[in-house]
Design a protein around this ligand. Structure first.
Ligand code: SF4
Ligand code: FES
Length: 240
């Protein structure tokens, strides 16, 4: 934080819903004084929570690492902890991630998201006997995982994807497909055929219509659309 920064006052409009109260969801307005432009949205949410302890939201690391504070900010998904207050249009509208069942306020049920993640078997499958020391990789083989392994499973991409909103049970979604390709691209994995067969069909992979919202919102700068394209290429190669 710069020592020259002047404290500012900002207006927020936050989605509120309490499943126990019986009332409909509503937007609640707050004004927070004493913020600094370099502060992040999470800092403002914590201030609001100090004023109104009934507000619920998830967060943990505060550094864009744990992926737990994905929310919709002025219509765009992002992580509250790395979204600077500076430049946000006011009142800053904060809603839960779209297309997910809301548990309370900004907290969504991530079960379906993690169901899709688990379904792509996000671990190495190696059928041959394991070597005594390690499964080694050349630097070039390791480099192929760059842009894939960094995903923090925040769900910002999947919940910004219209194909996922329309087919949340059948389309795996950008995050799970990025992970599927992370293992397809790994030279140590020996389950290419079964992974590709599992994604075949009209829904799990092919519901992607290259809308590209996923790559646009990913806070880690990853490109699930490119990963999906690469899976389709591998499928085409497999069938020739
Ligand atoms: Fe989040 Fe990006 Fe991973 Fe999607 S690909 S879950 S937006 S880190
Ligand atoms: Fe961990 Fe934002 S609080 S990513």
């Amino acid at each position: 934080m710069s020592e020259h920064e002047q404290p500012i006052s900002m207006r927020f409009r936050i989605y509120r819903w309490d499943p126990e109260g019986g009332a409909k969801p509503r937007m609640q307005d707050y004004t927070v004084d004493g913020l600094l432009p370099s502060m992040m949205l999470r800092d403002a949410l914590l201030r609001i929570k100090a004023m109104d302890e009934t507000l619920s939201f998830r967060h943990s690391c505060g550094e864009g690492v744990c992926g737990s504070d994905g929310v919709n900010i002025n219509g765009r998904n992002g992580l509250a902890c790395i979204t600077p207050l500076k430049g946000l249009r006011q009142p800053v509208e904060v809603r839960p991630l779209p297309g997910m069942p809301v548990i309370r306020d900004l907290v969504v049920d991530m079960s379906r998201f993690f169901h899709h993640y688990r379904s792509v078997k996000p671990w190495l499958i190696h059928h041959d006997p394991m070597p005594e020391i390690e499964l080694s990789q050349t630097p070039a083989q390791r480099e192929k995982l760059d842009g894939l392994y960094e995903c923090i499973l925040c769900a910002c991409c999947t919940t910004s994807c219209p194909s996922f909103w329309w087919n949340p049970d059948r389309f795996r979604g950008p995050a799970a497909l990025l992970q599927a390709y992370r293992f397809l691209a790994d030279n140590r994995d020996q389950a290419t055929e079964e992974r590709l067969n599992d994604l075949d069909g009209p829904y799990r992979l092919f519901r992607c219509h290259t809308i590209m919202n996923c790559a646009d919102v990913c806070p880690k700068g990853l490109n699930p659309t490119a990963a999906i394209h690469n899976i389709k290429k591998l499928m085409a190669e497999q069938s020739t």
